[in-house]
Design a protein around this ligand. Structure first.
Ligand code: CMP
Length: 385
Protein backbone atom coordinates (compact mmCIF):
# COMPACT_ATOMS: atom_id res chain seq x y z
CA UNK A 1 0.00 0.00 0.00
CA UNK A 2 1.50 3.36 -1.03
CA UNK A 3 1.78 6.25 1.44
CA UNK A 4 -0.90 8.16 -0.50
CA UNK A 5 -3.39 5.28 -0.22
CA UNK A 6 -2.60 4.90 3.48
CA UNK A 7 -3.12 8.61 4.23
CA UNK A 8 -6.32 8.65 2.18
CA UNK A 9 -7.75 5.67 4.07
CA UNK A 10 -6.97 7.47 7.35
CA UNK A 11 -8.64 10.72 6.27
CA UNK A 12 -11.55 9.23 4.30
CA UNK A 13 -14.82 10.07 6.16
CA UNK A 14 -16.28 6.77 4.92
CA UNK A 15 -13.41 4.76 6.40
CA UNK A 16 -14.46 2.66 9.39
CA UNK A 17 -11.01 1.67 10.66
CA UNK A 18 -9.95 2.25 14.25
CA UNK A 19 -7.20 4.76 13.33
CA UNK A 20 -9.47 6.66 10.91
CA UNK A 21 -12.15 6.98 13.60
CA UNK A 22 -9.55 8.24 16.08
CA UNK A 23 -8.34 10.85 13.62
CA UNK A 24 -11.93 12.01 13.03
CA UNK A 25 -12.45 12.25 16.81
CA UNK A 26 -9.19 14.21 17.15
CA UNK A 27 -10.25 16.62 14.42
CA UNK A 28 -13.62 17.27 16.05
CA UNK A 29 -11.83 17.89 19.38
CA UNK A 30 -9.45 20.27 17.56
CA UNK A 31 -12.35 22.22 16.07
CA UNK A 32 -14.00 22.51 19.51
CA UNK A 33 -10.72 23.66 21.09
CA UNK A 34 -10.26 26.21 18.28
CA UNK A 35 -13.80 27.56 18.66
CA UNK A 36 -13.31 27.82 22.45
CA UNK A 37 -9.97 29.61 22.15
CA UNK A 38 -11.26 32.14 19.59
CA UNK A 39 -14.42 32.69 21.70
CA UNK A 40 -12.32 33.15 24.85
CA UNK A 41 -10.24 35.78 23.03
CA UNK A 42 -13.33 38.00 22.61
CA UNK A 43 -14.05 38.15 26.37
CA UNK A 44 -13.42 41.61 27.87
CA UNK A 45 -11.19 41.82 30.92
CA UNK A 46 -9.14 38.74 30.10
CA UNK A 47 -5.62 38.89 31.55
CA UNK A 48 -2.84 39.46 28.98
CA UNK A 49 -1.41 35.98 29.74
CA UNK A 50 -4.79 34.29 29.14
CA UNK A 51 -5.27 36.29 25.96
CA UNK A 52 -1.82 35.26 24.74
CA UNK A 53 -2.59 31.62 25.55
CA UNK A 54 -5.90 31.81 23.63
CA UNK A 55 -4.12 33.36 20.62
CA UNK A 56 -1.42 30.67 20.80
CA UNK A 57 -3.97 27.84 20.89
CA UNK A 58 -5.87 29.44 17.98
CA UNK A 59 -2.62 29.63 16.00
CA UNK A 60 -1.75 25.98 16.71
CA UNK A 61 -5.24 24.79 15.71
CA UNK A 62 -5.14 26.87 12.51
CA UNK A 63 -1.67 25.51 11.67
CA UNK A 64 -2.93 21.92 12.13
CA UNK A 65 -5.89 22.63 9.82
CA UNK A 66 -3.39 24.03 7.32
CA UNK A 67 -1.42 20.77 7.50
CA UNK A 68 -4.67 18.85 6.98
CA UNK A 69 -5.51 20.98 3.95
CA UNK A 70 -2.19 19.99 2.39
CA UNK A 71 -3.50 16.43 2.48
CA UNK A 72 -5.45 17.35 -0.67
CA UNK A 73 -2.40 15.70 -2.24
CA UNK A 74 -4.20 12.35 -1.62
CA UNK A 75 -7.36 13.49 -3.50
CA UNK A 76 -6.56 11.22 -6.53
CA UNK A 77 -7.26 8.22 -4.22
CA UNK A 78 -10.88 9.33 -3.77
CA UNK A 79 -13.02 6.69 -5.58
CA UNK A 80 -15.25 9.44 -7.05
CA UNK A 81 -12.21 11.13 -8.60
CA UNK A 82 -10.43 7.99 -9.84
CA UNK A 83 -11.22 8.67 -13.48
CA UNK A 84 -9.53 12.14 -13.38
CA UNK A 85 -5.80 12.84 -13.71
CA UNK A 86 -4.08 13.54 -10.34
CA UNK A 87 -3.93 17.31 -11.00
CA UNK A 88 -7.57 17.35 -12.09
CA UNK A 89 -8.66 15.30 -9.06
CA UNK A 90 -6.92 17.77 -6.72
CA UNK A 91 -8.50 20.74 -8.48
CA UNK A 92 -11.96 19.14 -8.29
CA UNK A 93 -11.50 18.47 -4.58
CA UNK A 94 -10.35 22.10 -4.01
CA UNK A 95 -13.54 23.32 -5.72
CA UNK A 96 -15.85 20.87 -3.88
CA UNK A 97 -17.96 22.08 -0.91
CA UNK A 98 -15.66 20.19 1.50
CA UNK A 99 -12.54 21.66 -0.14
CA UNK A 100 -13.89 25.21 0.04
CA UNK A 101 -14.88 24.82 3.70
CA UNK A 102 -11.44 23.37 4.51
CA UNK A 103 -9.75 26.26 2.68
CA UNK A 104 -11.84 28.79 4.63
CA UNK A 105 -10.87 27.01 7.83
CA UNK A 106 -7.15 27.49 7.11
CA UNK A 107 -7.53 31.22 6.49
CA UNK A 108 -6.82 31.95 10.19
CA UNK A 109 -3.37 30.40 9.72
CA UNK A 110 -2.65 32.67 6.77
CA UNK A 111 -4.08 35.69 8.61
CA UNK A 112 -2.02 34.93 11.71
CA UNK A 113 1.13 34.51 9.58
CA UNK A 114 0.66 37.81 7.71
CA UNK A 115 -1.32 39.81 10.24
CA UNK A 116 0.78 38.76 13.24
CA UNK A 117 -0.04 40.77 16.34
CA UNK A 118 -2.32 43.08 14.36
CA UNK A 119 -4.93 40.31 14.16
CA UNK A 120 -7.25 41.38 16.98
CA UNK A 121 -9.55 39.01 18.83
CA UNK A 122 -12.60 40.62 17.20
CA UNK A 123 -11.40 40.04 13.65
CA UNK A 124 -10.35 36.50 14.58
CA UNK A 125 -13.86 35.81 15.88
CA UNK A 126 -15.14 35.57 12.33
CA UNK A 127 -13.20 32.30 12.10
CA UNK A 128 -15.44 30.76 14.72
CA UNK A 129 -18.08 30.74 12.03
CA UNK A 130 -15.76 29.00 9.58
CA UNK A 131 -14.79 26.37 12.12
CA UNK A 132 -18.42 25.77 13.07
CA UNK A 133 -18.98 25.16 9.35
CA UNK A 134 -16.10 22.65 9.38
CA UNK A 135 -17.74 20.96 12.37
CA UNK A 136 -20.91 20.59 10.28
CA UNK A 137 -18.99 18.54 7.69
CA UNK A 138 -18.20 16.06 10.48
CA UNK A 139 -21.81 15.74 11.64
CA UNK A 140 -22.91 12.31 10.46
CA UNK A 141 -26.56 13.38 10.56
CA UNK A 142 -26.05 16.33 8.19
CA UNK A 143 -26.83 14.18 5.15
CA UNK A 144 -29.86 12.75 6.93
CA UNK A 145 -31.25 16.22 7.66
CA UNK A 146 -30.77 17.30 4.04
CA UNK A 147 -32.51 14.12 2.86
CA UNK A 148 -35.49 14.66 5.21
CA UNK A 149 -35.95 18.23 3.93
CA UNK A 150 -35.75 16.96 0.36
CA UNK A 151 -38.24 14.11 0.97
CA UNK A 152 -40.71 16.33 2.77
CA UNK A 153 -40.34 19.34 0.50
CA UNK A 154 -43.96 19.32 -0.72
CA UNK A 155 -45.44 19.07 2.80
CA UNK A 156 -42.96 21.66 4.08
CA UNK A 157 -43.76 24.08 1.26
CA UNK A 158 -47.51 23.66 1.99
CA UNK A 159 -46.85 24.54 5.66
CA UNK A 160 -44.60 27.46 4.58
CA UNK A 161 -47.36 28.73 2.28
CA UNK A 162 -49.82 28.57 5.20
CA UNK A 163 -47.32 30.49 7.32
CA UNK A 164 -46.99 33.21 4.66
CA UNK A 165 -50.78 33.46 4.18
CA UNK A 166 -51.36 33.95 7.92
CA UNK A 167 -48.37 36.32 8.15
CA UNK A 168 -49.49 38.67 5.39
CA UNK A 169 -53.16 38.53 6.43
CA UNK A 170 -52.18 39.39 10.02
CA UNK A 171 -49.90 42.25 8.92
CA UNK A 172 -52.60 43.69 6.62
CA UNK A 173 -55.42 43.49 9.20
CA UNK A 174 -53.13 44.91 11.92
CA UNK A 175 -52.29 47.80 9.56
CA UNK A 176 -56.04 48.54 9.11
CA UNK A 177 -56.71 48.38 12.85
CA UNK A 178 -53.64 50.09 14.31
CA UNK A 179 -52.24 52.47 11.67
CA UNK A 180 -54.03 55.51 13.11
CA UNK A 181 -52.92 54.96 16.71
CA UNK A 182 -49.38 53.73 16.03
CA UNK A 183 -48.28 54.99 12.60
CA UNK A 184 -44.61 54.36 13.43
CA UNK A 185 -45.19 50.59 13.91
CA UNK A 186 -48.27 49.87 11.76
CA UNK A 187 -48.15 52.74 9.24
CA UNK A 188 -47.60 50.36 6.32
CA UNK A 189 -47.98 46.64 5.66
CA UNK A 190 -44.16 46.08 5.55
CA UNK A 191 -43.86 47.91 8.91
CA UNK A 192 -46.63 45.71 10.41
CA UNK A 193 -44.82 42.58 9.22
CA UNK A 194 -42.33 42.84 12.11
CA UNK A 195 -45.16 42.59 14.67
CA UNK A 196 -46.79 39.78 12.62
CA UNK A 197 -43.57 37.70 12.50
CA UNK A 198 -42.84 38.17 16.21
CA UNK A 199 -46.43 37.22 17.11
CA UNK A 200 -46.87 34.37 14.63
CA UNK A 201 -43.67 32.68 15.78
CA UNK A 202 -44.92 33.20 19.38
CA UNK A 203 -41.64 35.00 20.17
CA UNK A 204 -43.39 38.11 21.52
CA UNK A 205 -40.59 40.65 22.14
CA UNK A 206 -43.23 43.09 23.36
CA UNK A 207 -41.59 46.06 21.59
CA UNK A 208 -44.69 46.51 19.39
CA UNK A 209 -48.17 45.69 20.76
CA UNK A 210 -51.64 46.40 19.36
CA UNK A 211 -53.58 48.90 21.49
CA UNK A 212 -57.14 48.58 20.16
CA UNK A 213 -59.42 45.78 21.45
CA UNK A 214 -59.80 44.41 17.93
CA UNK A 215 -56.01 44.53 17.45
CA UNK A 216 -55.47 42.54 20.66
CA UNK A 217 -58.03 39.94 19.58
CA UNK A 218 -56.18 39.68 16.28
CA UNK A 219 -52.91 39.21 18.22
CA UNK A 220 -54.42 36.29 20.19
CA UNK A 221 -55.68 34.67 17.02
CA UNK A 222 -52.30 35.05 15.29
CA UNK A 223 -50.56 33.44 18.28
CA UNK A 224 -52.90 30.44 18.11
CA UNK A 225 -52.30 30.16 14.34
CA UNK A 226 -48.54 30.32 15.05
CA UNK A 227 -48.73 27.42 17.49
CA UNK A 228 -50.69 25.38 14.91
CA UNK A 229 -48.25 26.12 12.06
CA UNK A 230 -45.21 25.31 14.23
CA UNK A 231 -46.86 22.07 15.43
CA UNK A 232 -47.54 21.19 11.80
CA UNK A 233 -43.90 21.83 10.82
CA UNK A 234 -42.62 19.84 13.81
CA UNK A 235 -44.97 16.97 12.91
CA UNK A 236 -43.85 16.91 9.26
CA UNK A 237 -40.17 16.92 10.23
CA UNK A 238 -40.55 14.32 13.01
CA UNK A 239 -42.47 12.03 10.67
CA UNK A 240 -39.92 12.59 7.88
CA UNK A 241 -37.04 11.77 10.24
CA UNK A 242 -38.69 8.58 11.50
CA UNK A 243 -39.44 7.43 7.92
CA UNK A 244 -35.91 8.18 6.68
CA UNK A 245 -34.24 6.46 9.66
CA UNK A 246 -36.50 3.42 9.10
CA UNK A 247 -35.62 3.37 5.40
CA UNK A 248 -31.87 3.54 6.11
CA UNK A 249 -32.12 0.85 8.76
CA UNK A 250 -34.06 -1.34 6.32
CA UNK A 251 -31.31 -1.02 3.67
CA UNK A 252 -28.60 -1.74 6.27
CA UNK A 253 -30.38 -4.85 7.59
CA UNK A 254 -31.18 -5.94 4.03
CA UNK A 255 -27.45 -5.92 3.25
CA UNK A 256 -26.71 -7.94 6.40
CA UNK A 257 -29.47 -10.44 5.59
CA UNK A 258 -27.95 -10.94 2.13
CA UNK A 259 -24.79 -12.22 3.88
CA UNK A 260 -26.68 -14.97 5.76
CA UNK A 261 -26.93 -18.05 3.46
CA UNK A 262 -29.95 -19.31 5.44
CA UNK A 263 -32.05 -16.58 3.75
CA UNK A 264 -30.56 -17.16 0.28
CA UNK A 265 -33.57 -19.10 -1.05
CA UNK A 266 -36.14 -16.78 0.49
CA UNK A 267 -38.11 -14.70 -2.03
CA UNK A 268 -37.94 -10.89 -2.11
CA UNK A 269 -41.39 -10.36 -0.55
CA UNK A 270 -40.69 -12.76 2.32
CA UNK A 271 -37.25 -11.18 2.84
CA UNK A 272 -38.73 -7.70 3.16
CA UNK A 273 -41.12 -9.13 5.76
CA UNK A 274 -38.15 -10.57 7.68
CA UNK A 275 -35.89 -7.52 7.29
CA UNK A 276 -38.55 -5.37 8.95
CA UNK A 277 -38.37 -7.57 12.04
CA UNK A 278 -34.60 -7.99 12.41
CA UNK A 279 -32.26 -5.74 14.39
CA UNK A 280 -28.45 -5.91 14.23
CA UNK A 281 -26.35 -6.25 17.36
CA UNK A 282 -22.60 -6.55 17.94
CA UNK A 283 -20.68 -8.31 20.73
CA UNK A 284 -16.94 -8.16 21.53
CA UNK A 285 -14.98 -11.43 21.54
CA UNK A 286 -15.48 -13.32 24.82
CA UNK A 287 -18.95 -11.85 25.52
CA UNK A 288 -21.72 -14.17 26.72
CA UNK A 289 -24.61 -13.99 24.28
CA UNK A 290 -26.86 -16.63 25.87
CA UNK A 291 -26.71 -18.00 29.40
CA UNK A 292 -28.04 -21.50 30.05
CA UNK A 293 -31.29 -21.48 32.06
CA UNK A 294 -32.20 -17.88 31.17
CA UNK A 295 -35.58 -17.12 29.61
CA UNK A 296 -35.46 -17.09 25.80
CA UNK A 297 -36.65 -13.80 24.33
CA UNK A 298 -34.97 -13.87 20.90
CA UNK A 299 -33.01 -15.89 18.37
CA UNK A 300 -29.85 -14.88 16.48
CA UNK A 301 -28.47 -15.20 12.93
CA UNK A 302 -24.68 -14.83 12.70
CA UNK A 303 -23.59 -12.26 10.10
CA UNK A 304 -19.89 -12.36 10.99
CA UNK A 305 -17.79 -13.96 13.72
CA UNK A 306 -17.92 -17.28 15.60
CA UNK A 307 -19.63 -18.45 18.77
CA UNK A 308 -19.02 -21.39 21.05
CA UNK A 309 -22.05 -23.39 22.21
CA UNK A 310 -21.46 -25.24 25.47
CA UNK A 311 -23.91 -28.09 26.11
CA UNK A 312 -22.86 -29.87 29.31
CA UNK A 313 -19.23 -30.93 28.80
CA UNK A 314 -19.43 -30.69 25.02
CA UNK A 315 -18.56 -27.56 23.03
CA UNK A 316 -19.18 -26.83 19.39
CA UNK A 317 -18.71 -23.82 17.16
CA UNK A 318 -21.17 -21.94 14.98
CA UNK A 319 -20.08 -19.33 12.44
CA UNK A 320 -21.26 -16.91 9.68
CA UNK A 321 -24.63 -17.98 8.33
CA UNK A 322 -25.56 -20.23 11.30
CA UNK A 323 -28.31 -19.41 13.76
CA UNK A 324 -28.83 -20.10 17.46
CA UNK A 325 -31.25 -19.37 20.30
CA UNK A 326 -34.16 -20.96 18.43
CA UNK A 327 -34.75 -23.89 20.83
CA UNK A 328 -36.04 -21.84 23.76
CA UNK A 329 -38.50 -20.08 21.44
CA UNK A 330 -39.75 -23.30 19.84
CA UNK A 331 -39.93 -25.32 23.08
CA UNK A 332 -40.99 -22.37 25.25
CA UNK A 333 -38.40 -23.53 27.77
CA UNK A 334 -35.31 -21.89 29.34
CA UNK A 335 -32.09 -21.70 27.28
CA UNK A 336 -30.51 -25.13 26.82
CA UNK A 337 -26.84 -24.04 26.54
CA UNK A 338 -24.31 -21.24 27.09
CA UNK A 339 -23.35 -19.37 23.92
CA UNK A 340 -20.17 -17.21 23.95
CA UNK A 341 -18.66 -15.03 21.23
CA UNK A 342 -15.22 -16.35 20.21
CA UNK A 343 -14.39 -13.27 18.13
CA UNK A 344 -16.06 -9.89 17.49
CA UNK A 345 -19.58 -10.93 16.57
CA UNK A 346 -22.34 -9.32 14.51
CA UNK A 347 -25.75 -10.93 14.67
CA UNK A 348 -29.25 -10.25 13.45
CA UNK A 349 -31.73 -10.55 16.30
CA UNK A 350 -35.31 -11.75 15.90
CA UNK A 351 -37.37 -11.22 19.05
CA UNK A 352 -39.90 -13.74 20.32
CA UNK A 353 -43.04 -11.82 19.31
CA UNK A 354 -41.76 -11.39 15.74
CA UNK A 355 -40.65 -15.04 15.70
CA UNK A 356 -44.22 -16.24 16.33
CA UNK A 357 -45.71 -13.75 13.87
CA UNK A 358 -43.21 -14.90 11.25
CA UNK A 359 -44.14 -18.53 11.99
CA UNK A 360 -47.68 -17.67 10.81
CA UNK A 361 -46.52 -15.77 7.72
CA UNK A 362 -43.43 -17.71 6.63
CA UNK A 363 -44.12 -21.33 7.67
CA UNK A 364 -41.38 -22.72 5.36
CA UNK A 365 -38.69 -20.63 7.00
CA UNK A 366 -39.74 -21.60 10.51
CA UNK A 367 -40.01 -25.27 9.43
CA UNK A 368 -36.33 -25.13 8.33
CA UNK A 369 -35.36 -23.67 11.72
CA UNK A 370 -37.46 -26.30 13.48
CA UNK A 371 -35.85 -29.15 11.51
CA UNK A 372 -32.39 -27.95 12.58
CA UNK A 373 -33.58 -27.62 16.19
CA UNK A 374 -34.82 -31.25 16.12
CA UNK A 375 -31.41 -32.41 14.85
CA UNK A 376 -29.60 -30.40 17.54
CA UNK A 377 -31.87 -31.70 20.28
CA UNK A 378 -31.20 -35.31 19.31
CA UNK A 379 -27.40 -34.80 19.30
CA UNK A 380 -27.62 -33.05 22.69
CA UNK A 381 -29.62 -35.97 24.11
CA UNK A 382 -27.07 -38.49 22.84
CA UNK A 383 -24.14 -36.53 24.29
CA UNK A 384 -22.95 -37.26 27.85
CA UNK A 385 -24.25 -34.66 30.31
P1 CMP B 1 -31.51 -22.08 23.07
O1 CMP B 1 -31.84 -23.29 23.89
O2 CMP B 1 -32.56 -21.06 22.91
O3 CMP B 1 -30.18 -21.40 23.64
C1 CMP B 1 -28.97 -22.10 23.52
C2 CMP B 1 -28.73 -22.38 22.06
O4 CMP B 1 -27.61 -23.16 21.74
C3 CMP B 1 -29.88 -23.25 21.54
O5 CMP B 1 -31.08 -22.55 21.60
C4 CMP B 1 -29.35 -23.63 20.21
O6 CMP B 1 -29.54 -22.60 19.28
C5 CMP B 1 -27.87 -23.77 20.49
N1 CMP B 1 -27.56 -25.22 20.55
C6 CMP B 1 -27.91 -26.09 21.49
N2 CMP B 1 -27.48 -27.35 21.15
C7 CMP B 1 -26.86 -27.22 19.95
C8 CMP B 1 -26.22 -28.14 19.05
N3 CMP B 1 -26.11 -29.41 19.31
N4 CMP B 1 -25.72 -27.64 17.91
C9 CMP B 1 -25.78 -26.32 17.63
N5 CMP B 1 -26.39 -25.42 18.43
C10 CMP B 1 -26.93 -25.86 19.57
Amino acid sequence: MTLRVRIHSLLDPASDGHAARRIRGFEVALILVGISSVSAGTVDGLSPEARLLAALVTGVVAALFFAEYLALWVAPENPHLHHSSPANARMRWVLSAEGIIDLLAVLPAVAVAYGGARLGAESASVFVLLWVLKLATHAQGAGLIARVFHNERSALSAAAALFLIVLFSAATIAHWLEAERQPEHFGSIPASLWWAVVTLTTTGYGDVVPLSAAGRMLGGLVMLCGICVLALLAGILANGFAAEVRRREFVRIWELVARVPFFADTGAIAISDIVDRLRSRSYPGGATVIRKGAAGDSMFFIVSGEVEVRVGERTLELRDGDFFGEMALLDRKPRSADVTALSPLTVLVLNVADFYQLAGQQPKLIAAIEAEAVRRRSTDLQAPA
